[in-house]
Write a protein that binds this ligand. Structure first.
Ligand code: FE
Ligand code: FE
Length: 186
């Protein structure tokens, strides 16, 4: 893990040195470039959380319980990402941003929600791959690992949204009927 003290496998001495930036960073200038990349990602995660949770409430309200639960699950994944980024920013002695990069859209059709999900996840995969590269260029392999984990998760989100779009294309209302009702989102 790349989180706070006590939550990873580093020894105390090594943890303190990482916290001071000695083991993963050469210069403050490098550190600030990485913190900026981590905060850009955090801002995008906060935007995605607001969007997916808003879609979760709207789908729940329209009785698409199963799809609503899926959106909530994805939103919670993004919360974990935002938290992971904040933990790394704090280790680097930066300040985690609390500003989402977008305002959530309301009143979308299911097709619009899924198309937006694909767009958000494609952007995340592209941006996080670039950030991963920035971290490596600045000798911060620990932050690079955080981005690597995020890219894997965003890729899964992307595939999931693509699957839903394909189901709607191929099965139409027959698929949508399977998303109605269902267990309330946990
Ligand atoms: Fe994410
Ligand atoms: Fe995602």
């Amino acid at each position: 893990m790349c989180g706070r003290m006590g939550e990873n496998s580093f020894g105390h001495g090594q943890e303190a040195r990482i916290k001071r930036g000695e083991l993963t960073m050469a210069k403050d200038s490098n550190k600030n470039v990485v913190i900026a990349a981590l905060n850009r990602a955090r801002s995008a995660e906060l935007g995605a959380i607001l969007q997916y949770m808003s879609q979760h409430y709207e789908l729940e309200d329209r009785d698409y319980g199963a799809l609503a639960a899926e959106m909530k699950h994805t939103g919670i994944d993004e919360m974990k990402h935002a938290e992971k980024l904040a933990e790394r920013i704090l280790v680097l002695e930066g300040t985690p941003t609390s500003e989402p990069n977008m305002k959530p859209k309301k009143g979308q059709s299911i097709e619009e929600m899924m198309a937006q999900g694909i767009s958000l996840e494609e952007t995340a995969v592209k941006d996080y791959n670039e950030s991963l590269h920035i971290c490596r260029q600045n000798n911060d392999y620990v932050s690079a690992k955080v981005f690597e984990e995020l890219v894997c998760d965003e890729q899964e989100h992307l595939l999931h949204f693509q699957d839903i779009v394909n189901h709607i294309k191929e099965l139409g209302t027959a698929y949508l009927a399977t998303q109605v009702g269902g267990a309330p989102a946990k």
